[in-house]
Design a protein around this ligand. Structure first.
Ligand code: HEM
Length: 204
């Protein structure tokens, strides 16, 4: 018998998430290529150095728009409630898979909510500093240097967060990735990971 499935993400949510995901990876690769001469070869994936130089800010603009739409779609579910704060206090038990010691999560656990807020803040940082660097003729050298440093440090932070995010969404918790592919999860997955959300959402 096939498992009962629950709808988790709409088509629009998935498209927007993947626009953000793919553009972010392209931005990381082209940005890394500019930052480290030994990684310049990465630009060959987008047609060489000059093409990467033109593409990076344009893809960045698409990333910014995608992130804004994603923020507007999801922000209502991302505020921490009392149980989320307890969840943060019990995060070491979550990491050790001691589920009986972890307060039940709603649609998103507190870690996912923190990830959402951190990536949203980083998104603002990337867009603001990126715009300064895109139109350098309007700004002073000191401001541009600060923008360059913040853009770079933010990208390293975003890359580390992304590695953790992809690991948790794929290898660490089987059954999660499909929520961003066909938009559905099994009822068993929902009861295990998001008991306060699973409720009576089954659509057979
Ligand atoms: C590129 C590879 C990526 C993969 C494989 C991936 C995978 C996933 C999956 C499977 C989910 C659903 C989790 C669930 O059902 O609970 C998800 C949710 C989410 N993704 Fe991604 N994602 C990627 C990139 C990104 C990027 C670049 C961002 C933002 C900059 C992002 C932001 C989010 C947010 C905010 C959520 C909802 C909260 C959460 O589940 O953490 N994702 N992602």
């Amino acid at each position: 018998m096939s498992p009962r499935l629950l709808p988790r993400f709409s088509f629009l949510e998935r498209v927007v998430h993947w626009v953000v995901g793919v553009t972010f990876v392209v931005l990381l690769l082209t940005g890394l290529a500019f930052s480290y001469p030994s990684l310049f070869w990465l630009t060959m994936f987008v047609g060489g150095g000059p093409a990467a130089r033109v593409l990076h800010p344009q893809v960045g603009a698409l990333f910014g728009v995608g992130l804004l739409v994603m923020f507007l779609l999801w922000v209502k579910d991302m505020f921490l409630d009392a149980l989320d704060k307890q969840w943060l206090g019990a995060v070491k038990h979550y990491a050790m898979h001691e589920r009986d010691k972890v307060p039940p999560a709603g649609k998103y656990n507190a870690g996912q909510k923190m990830f959402f807020w951190l990536q949203s803040l980083l998104g603002v940082l990337f867009v603001v500093t990126g715009l300064l660097l895109w139109f350098p003729e309007y700004f002073g050298a000191g401001l541009l240097n600060t923008a360059r440093l913040l853009h770079y440090v933010g990208a390293l932070g975003g890359a580390l967060l992304l590695i953790v995010h992809v690991y948790l969404g794929t290898v660490a918790y089987p059954g999660t990735a499909r929520s961003m592919i066909d938009g559905k999860v099994t009822e068993a997955w929902a009861r295990h990971h998001h008991p306060r959300w699973s409720g009576d959402r089954a659509d057979g």
